[in-house]
Design a protein around this ligand. Structure first.
Ligand code: ATP
Length: 240
């Protein structure tokens, strides 16, 4: 569904991505792992058009979107959940969710396998948000905020969800809950997920494919199962 070829992104003299090749299969979870500064966030920002690459191409469903305007990405079926859980703090949970709905296709493209189309769907998936629908977003816990940004992204009815470090700073129990939910969504709806994570253990527990980035380069592309099993690879690149 998503083909990333020879992608190079630079910030002045810094090469954040260096000739990266990644294929994201439809209906699967592709996890991109790597240490701080490996280039994971730059990868998602380049794919979603927030940053322009110095070289290379990004192709979505056969269409070259490398130079497509960032505001066209939602219409193309891409939703990006950036690191940091950016909710609008003074708005209520429900108002934040309605912002996500503004990105949904107006013609109600029924061919899209969107698992979350209405607020009711969102609250069904994340009951904690339903309980707090009238609370201002700043009153939420970190886990609830993460749920809110994912729910908001899903309400735009994407076919490809880009998730940047959803586990960051969350208790293991909450991480497990959120990752289970993502796994369920993909299994039930055919959604495609490109997940960027430092938490390799959790990411590999739900991913189909694991990719390791190191200093902007892809150093491993394996099935998640092979990566989980291969002690040498895990020790060398993932530190567990
Ligand atoms: P983290 O988990 O810390 O976000 P990451 O794997 O997502 O790390 P990136 O944030 O993509 O990595 O950073 C890759 C490299 O690019 C790093 O060397 C970083 O310092 C550099 N970098 C990232 N953003 C910028 C920027 N806006 N200006 C200059 N350098 C940047």
């Amino acid at each position: 569904m998503l083909e990333i070829r020879n992608l190079t992104t630079t910030y002045g003299p810094v090469k954040a991505l260096d000739s990266v090749d990644i294929t994201v299969e439809r209906g699967a979870i592709t996890a991109v792992l790597g240490a701080n500064g490996a280039g994971k966030t730059s990868l998602l920002r380049t794919v979603s058009g927030l940053v322009r690459p110095a070289a290379g191409t990004v192709t979505l469903d056969g269409e070259d979107i490398t130079s497509a305007p960032v505001e066209s990405m939602v219409r193309r079926g891409m939703a990006h959940v950036p690191e940091g859980r950016g909710v609008i703090a003074e708005l209520t949970v429900e108002e934040n969710l309605r912002l996500g709905m503004m990105g949904a296709p107006t013609n109600g493209d029924a061919s899209r396998e969107a698992p979350v189309r209405t607020l009711k769907d969102a609250y069904g998936l994340f009951p904690a948000l339903g309980d707090r629908s009238n609370q201002q977003a700043h009153t939420l816990s970190g886990g609830e905020r993460q749920m809110l940004v994912i729910a908001r992204a899903l309400l735009a009815q994407p076919t490809l969800l880009l998730l940047d470090e959803p586990s960051l700073g969350l208790a293991p129990r909450i991480v497990a809950q959120i990752f289970d939910l993502v796994r369920g969504l993909v299994a039930d709806s055919g959604l495609t997920v490109l997940l960027v994570e430092q938490n390799a253990t959790s990411a590999l527990s739900i991913a189909h494919t694991g990719i390791v980035l190191n200093l902007g380069r892809v150093v491993v592309t394996e099935s998640a199962e092979a990566l989980r099993r291969d002690e040498t690879l895990r020790h060398s690149y993932l530190g567990f």
